[in-house]
Every structure is written in structure tokens, then in C-alpha cells.
Design a binder for this molecule. Structure first.
Ligand SMILES: [Zn+2]
Length: 229
């Protein structure tokens, strides 16, 4: 976890812990999905905080907002950065449409950029953890793409196989539902466990099929480390 002012940059493992510990005093009923367009993939070069400050500058100076619009930004390397505090509504839609919303900006231009697997996984996990935390049932009524309320392509024509409601129902919502049910895969759990005991990820990944119980055990141990259920 790295911090620069209010911006907190984390990996998926740290995100679980962060959202687990969040207060759920404020009510949220929808999660809004965007892509940034600018910055796009060509602008990303291990410069997360500079990009965050750049986006905030634009939102404050050009759009007259009080601070950065989004609560969370996801990056091509899979990292996630906290921006706007969750004591406030999001700022990515227009006026009253932001009421009780969480705003996610996915860094990239998904009209043209091919989303990395890392970012894909982080978007799924982030939405799933937020749905779980704030009792949001994933549907096209609650996980809302920007283009459904405004005439633009955001979050991108290739975002999880398309930016239409039908594409979301087929390709996006089911992934979030599955991640809520079992928010940790064996691979994610193994990442957590090997880091803790300073062991080799690839060594144990090759042995994932030695026994069916082995995978269940690793997931169980990882969840214990995370303080989850
Ligand atoms: Zn948007």
C-alpha cells in the first residue's frame, strides 16, 4: 500500500482489507462504471499518483468539481487507487444521478485499448467487494455504465465484451455475481499465502491438483489472513 495525500494505491489483496474495514454508514445503491479515455494505456508508466493528480486537476479546474469525481480508479497493472472519500456521493454522472452512487474510473480507452487481465480481475473484485459491503444486488439497474445515461461510449465499446445492457447482462453481471459468492480464487489465495510464508508461487501453482482439498485449504488459510469469513 502506498499513499500520497488522500490517494491510496493498493493491490487486490490490500483492497479486500481496505473495503472490509470501511465504515458502511453512508448508503450506496449504485456503482457507476467509466473509462478515462485520457489518460489511456499509452500514458501509463508506473505514474499512478501523477495520473490521479492530473485527473483531479481536470475535474476541479475544467469541470468545477470540489475534488476528483471517482472513489476508485483501476489501472492496467491491476492496482487500485482511492480518490474521493466514501463519505461523499460519486461525481461521474450528472447532478442528481450521482445520489448514493459509487464512481469507478477504469484507466484506459476501451474503445481501442485491449484490457489487461490484471485490470479485468481488479474491476471484477472491486465491484464484488463493494456490492457485498453495501448490500447492492448486481444488475443493470445497480451497476450502471455511463453510456446508458449519456450519449457517449463510456466505459468503452469493448468493456467486458461490449457497453450495451445486453452485453453487461451476458458478460459483466455474472462475473460480479460469481465473485460475490466466492470472492477468492485459488490463484488469488495462493498469492496471499506464499507472500506470507515467503514461498514460491509457481512451485505451488504447479501442484494445485495434488489433492482437491489442497485448493480449498489454501483459500481457507488466505481468508484467515485477510480476516474475512
Ligand atoms: Zn464516463
Amino acid at each position: 500500500m502506498k499513499q500520497d495525500g488522500k490517494f491510496i494505491l493498493m493491490n487486490r489483496e490490500e483492497l479486500r482489507e481496505y473495503i472490509n474495514r470501511l465504515s458502511d454508514n453512508k448508503k450506496f445503491t449504485t456503482i457507476h462504471q467509466h473509462h478515462t479515455v485520457s489518460p489511456s494505456y499509452k500514458d501509463v508508466n508506473n505514474n499512478h499518483f501523477a495520473l490521479m493528480r492530473g485527473m483531479e486537476n481536470y475535474h476541479v479546474k475544467a469541470l468545477n468539481m470540489s475534488e476528483i469525481a471517482q472513489h476508485f480508479s483501476t489501472f492496467p497493472d491491476g492496482s487500485i487507487c482511492v480518490g474521493r472519500p466514501l463519505t461523499k456521493d460519486g461525481g461521474g454522472f450528472y447532478g442528481n444521478q450521482n445520489k448514493n452512487s459509487i464512481t469507478i474510473e477504469n484507466v484506459g480507452d476501451f474503445d481501442i485499448n485491449v484490457m489487461t487481465e490484471e485490470q479485468n480481475q481488479s474491476i471484477i473484485l472491486l465491484n464484488a467487494l463493494l456490492c457485498k459491503k453495501f448490500d447492492i444486488v448486481p444488475s443493470t439497474e445497480t451497476l450502471i455504465y455511463h453510456c446508458w445515461v449519456k450519449n457517449k461510449s463510456c466505459p468503452g465499446k469493448t468493456f467486458f465484451g461490449g457497453n450495451t445492457k445486453q452485453a453487461a447482462e451476458q458478460n459483466f453481471i455474472p462475473l460480479i455475481k460469481a465473485a460475490i459468492k466466492d470472492p477468492m480464487t485459488f490463484e488469488q489465495a495462493l498469492e496471499i499465502v506464499v507472500k506470507k510464508i515467503d514461498s514460491s508461487y509457481s512451485y505451488w501453482l504447479k501442484r494445485k491438483d495434488i489433492d482437491l482439498a489442497f485448493q480449498a485449504l489454501i483459500i481457507k488459510i488466505a481468508k484467515t489472513y485477510m480476516g474475512g469469513k
